[in-house]
Every structure is written in structure tokens, then in C-alpha cells.
Design a protein around this ligand. Structure first.
Ligand SMILES: NC(=O)C1=CN([C@@H]2O[C@H](COP(=O)(O)OP(=O)(O)OC[C@H]3O[C@@H](n4cnc5c(N)ncnc54)[C@H](O)[C@@H]3O)[C@@H](O)[C@H]2O)C=CC1
Ligand SMILES: O=C(O)C(=O)COP(=O)(O)O
Length: 373
């Protein structure tokens, strides 16, 4: 990739690593090595990583927001088109045609079996207006769809990016009741798991199309299979194969290809490596999902102490006292917090001995200390 210089070395041995770069590999059961300082998820979803355990072990977890959003958006559009007409069925019919007769004539006779509808004029509901949801919503307006968006926590950035032609749905129920196509783009969290279940689908129009390019657990697998069998849901298009859904009639199941484009893979890898370098070399945190973001600029000549700790009173007082006892003058100090965790960066005039670093590490509530020299 050329982003890493000779100071960096690749290892396949996770137990030795200072940093782990990961995509979707599940890390919940993994024991982390003593050296591990950071995990960079080259992608958006971080439900494969034990974020709280990492925070407690002083491991900063990063992701790469938006870096693969266009790749997913394009596949969602493809998913809607695959649901609108039986394109896959038609292709398979042509492939499987093994009679000697006139295939062109047979195709003309057969084609009504694969006919469908157009996207233009249909209502699309987008649940979750983050990096991906906004792109999908905006693109669908250009296909002539009437688009509804729902996101009670929408960020200011996303709101700015959203086309003014999108209807603002105030509740998810409004989307369920109004839309012909419903696509979900929310993270897998305790309150989003199983959100598309029997009750939600009960509110939807008969023959609705549901698209799930976010995570399998957002859709109750038993309920969706039943809804496909009854015809309540016409098509379920998903990027996540499960045993329940893989053979169900009406399910169009893709093997998690949303971010598998050259462009998305490059974007994610570059962003992840840039985040990691800045963290290792300068102590800056950008796009963390378990610690606060914090940017104190490039480190100059000063030694820089970075401290990951609990967000509790009197931490900074203890750090500064320890430094004062060593006669170390503070040239710069920043403290940022995020829920129960916090991060302090201190530049000092002078040499930070291993003893003073160990004393800081020993302060109750400190989870990780580094001295960047
Ligand atoms: N199929 C694939 O290859 C990929 C799948 N994903 C999945 O898609 C998800 C979304 O990705 P991005 O758009 O990049 O993330 P994002 O963080 O930019 O957007 C998520 C949005 O969901 C909203 N949200 C959270 N809880 C909600 C709720 N209960 N109701 C409505 N909105 C809610 C948030 O406010 C945020 O705007 C990821 O968490 C990941 O699971 C992401 C990238 C690739
Ligand atoms: O970014 C995400 O959340 C994804 O689901 C993409 O996963 P992948 O990088 O393809 O393993």
C-alpha cells in the first residue's frame, strides 16, 4: 500500500501485534496480546469487535466511516432492480435451456414468467440516514422513486447531504405503512436487533420488498421466512446468508458483497492505516468507536504521554501531580471524554522516565499509558 515505512512490520501473529487491521472477522472470543494498542476495522460495522472489553484493556478501536458507502449503495440499487423483475430467474432459465429448438423463440414465449414492475413511481423507505442511507435515498430520487427517510439520531453532516426531496418520516411505522420498498441501514445494536419482525411486517403493505444490507440480526429470520411464504413480503434482498434464509422462495441472498469493490477496499484500507499511523506516531484519535476522538496535532520534539482512562474525577490532578514531582513541565495538555472513558494527552519539556510512566499506569482508573518519543 506504500503508506507504511520501514518502522512498520507485518505480522500474522496477532498475539505479538501492536495493531490489528480487520474486516468482518469475529473477535469476541479472541484473547488480546499485551502489546495490542489498537484495532482498526476497515469498514463501518463494528459488531464483530468487543468494544467495551477493548476499552477496559486500553485498546482503541477505530472504523472507517463512509469509506465503503458507495460500494454498498450501488449494490442496494442492484438489489432493488433484482427484486423488481425476476432477472436472476430469467438468466438461470436461459443458462438451463438445453433443448435444440429455437432459444430466441422460446425466450419470447417464456419471458412473461420473469416480468415485473419498474422502480419509478414506487415509494422507498430508508431507515438509517448515515453514510449509506443518505446515498441510497438520494440515488433513488434519480430513479424516479418517492423516498421517505427515517433516522431519529441523524447527524448534522448527513442532514446536510440529504436531498431536499426526501420525505421526513417521524416514525419507523410511517415507513412501514407507506412504502413499497424498505431498506435498512442502521448498525446492529441492542435496540435495532430484530427490528424487522412479525409486528413491523404486519404494518407493511402486502407484497412489500425488504432490503437488508446492514446486518442479518436486524431482521428476525423466522418471521421473514414466514412472511415470504405467505406472500406478505414479495422479495427479501439481503447481503447476509443465514441457514434460515438461503433457500427460501423470494429471498435474494448475496454473500456479503456490499463493500467488496476495489474502490471500497482501497478507501477503507487507506483510511484505517492513516488513522493507525496518526495514533501510533502522534497519539491522535480519529474515528474511534470506543474512545473519544482527540487531535492535538503532530508531535514535535517534546515527549508525548498518552493516557487512556476512566472518565472519573481527579484523574488529571493525579497525572499533573506525578509529573510535577519529577520536575517535568507540561507544554501541552488535552483531555477528552466519551461516556465512561476518557483520554489525556500531555507533552512535557524533558524526559519521561519509565518510572514516572509506570506511576501514571498505577493510578486507579488508568487503562493504558504510552510515551511517544
Ligand atoms: N453490506 C456491507 O458490506 C456493509 C454493511 N454495512 C452495515 O451498514 C450499517 C450502516 O453503515 P453506515 O451508513 O456506513 O453507518 P453510519 O454510522 O454512517 O449510519 C448509521 C445510521 O443509523 C442511524 N441509526 C442508529 N440507530 C437507528 C434507529 N434505531 N433507527 C433509525 N436510524 C438509526 C444513525 O443515526 C446513523 O445515521 C453498518 O453499521 C454496517 O452494519 C456497512 C458497510 C458495508
Ligand atoms: O463495513 C461493513 O460494515 C461491512 O459489512 C463490510 O464488511 P467487509 O469489509 O466486506 O468484511
Amino acid at each position: 500500500m506504500g503508506q507504511l515505512d520501514a518502522n512498520y512490520e507485518n505480522t500474522e501473529n496477532a498475539a505479538d501485534a501492536d495493531v490489528i487491521l480487520v474486516r468482518s472477522a469475529k473477535m469476541h472470543e479472541m484473547e488480546f496480546g499485551e502489546n495490542l494498542k489498537a484495532i482498526a476495522r476497515a469498514g463501518a460495522g463494528v459488531n464483530n469487535i468487543p468494544l467495551d472489553r477493548c476499552a477496559e484493556e486500553g485498546i482503541v478501536v477505530f472504523n472507517t466511516p463512509g469509506a465503503n458507502a458507495n460500494g454498498v449503495k450501488e449494490l442496494v440499487i442492484a438489489g432493488m432492480l433484482l427484486a423488481a423483475r425476476d432477472i436472476v430467474g430469467g438468466i438461470n432459465w436461459v443458462k438451463g435451456y438445453d433443448e435444440d429448438g429455437d432459444i430466441a423463440k422460446a425466450a419470447e414465449k417464456k419471458k412473461k414468467a420473469f416480468a415485473g414492475t419498474e422502480l419509478k413511481g414506487k415509494k422507498l423507505g430508508v431507515i438509517g440516514l448515515g453514510a449509506i442511507g443518505v446515498l441510497v435515498a438520494n440515488a433513488a430520487t434519480h430513479l424516479g422513486m418517492e423516498v421517505y427517510g427515517y433516522d431519529p439520531y441523524v447527524s448534522v453532516d448527513s442532514a446536510w447531504r440529504l436531498s431536499r426531496n426526501i420525505h421526513h418520516a417521524k416514525t419507523a411505522d410511517e415507513i412501514y405503512k407507506e412504502c413499497d420498498y424498505i431498506t435498512i441501514h442502521v448498525p446492529a445494536l441492542e435496540d435495532t436487533k430484530g427490528m424487522i419482525n412479525k409486528d413491523a411486517m404486519g404494518l407493511m403493505k402486502d407484497g412489500v420488498v425488504i432490503l437488508n444490507f446492514a446486518r442479518d440480526v436486524l431482521v428476525d429470520q423466522k418471521d421473514i421466512v414466514e412472511a415470504l411464504e405467505s406472500g406478505k413480503v414479495h422479495r427479501y434482498v439481503t447481503d447476509f446468508a443465514t441457514q434460515e434464509i438461503k433457500g427460501a422462495d423470494g429471498a435474494i441472498v448475496i454473500p456479503h458483497l456490499g463493500a467488496s469493490t476495489e474502490e471500497s477496499e482501497d478507501n477503507c484500507a487507506k483510511m484505517a492505516v492513516a488513522e493507525i499511523r496518526d495514533f501510533l506516531e502522534n497519539g491522535n484519535i480519529t474515528h474511534s468507536v470506543n474512545y473519544p476522538d482527540c487531535n492535538v496535532g503532530v508531535r514535535g520534539d517534546a515527549e508525548r504521554i498518552t493516557i487512556l482512562h476512566k472518565n472519573i474525577p481527579n484523574m488529571i490532578g493525579q497525572f499533573t501531580t506525578l509529573l510535577a514531582q519529577e520536575d517535568l513541565n507540561i507544554a501541552l495538555m488535552t483531555n477528552k471524554s466519551r461516556k465512561e472513558y476518557a483520554y489525556t494527552v500531555i507533552d512535557v519539556d524533558g524526559i519521561v522516565s519509565d518510572e514516572v510512566a509506570a506511576k501514571i499506569k498505577g493510578v486507579s482508573g488508568v487503562l493504558g499509558v504510552r510515551v511517544i518519543r
